[in-house]
Design a protein. Sequence first.
Length: 247
Amino acid sequence: MSGHSKWANIKHRKGKMDAIRGKITTKISREITVAARAGGADPAGNMRLKLALQKAKENNVPKDNIQRAIQKGIGNLDGGNYEEIVYEGYGPGGVAVLLEIMTDNRNRTAADIRHLFAKHGGNLGEAGCVSWMFDKKGLFLVDKAGVNEEDLMLIALEAGADDIKSDDEQYEITTAPDDWEQVRTALEAAKVQTASAQITMVPQTTVELAGDDAVKMLKLMDALEEHDDVQEVYANFDIPDDMMGEE
């Protein structure tokens, strides 16, 4: 695997998620608030909220935080008014980078993100410069331990999955966004545990990096993900596994 999903895996294995646990809880709570504000407090009729709650579950966000975020979204508690923005740019070696932002101060955030790109060998681009290189997809990651590949393929493909790939440790199931829910339901009914279940942006092609460009790219990813206003970072880099492990 490459790009976003590979990056997510290495973060999880190396404990990067624990290092920024507080930030992750805040970001997911913000997403829940915005989702509830846009579509109501019932996840059955609000797919965006359902996805946010799935992410909260995967990251062990406390129930009190979740309920407080929902109450802010439906107006029962005071909460920040966040603006949603997509930023696009280029990392070292011409890597395409797509950012989903939630901010209450557009000017401050734009200046911060521009600075981070410049500091790590990239540059912030114009709207539309790289978004065409990504497709919105449903994505499930399933640990190989205890899962039979043929059974998993049968369950996922019958439920409408587009493709199943594998690396040394996990299966990667991709779906069309509209088919994500029925595949999730089928996996759950078959008692298949998912390491991650999300709708994400998958790169159409990848850029191979090595050496100094690879090191700079990983540092840029870290810096962007640690920024309070950055909800998601997508990129189309491919870096050898041994370098990912050293970062």
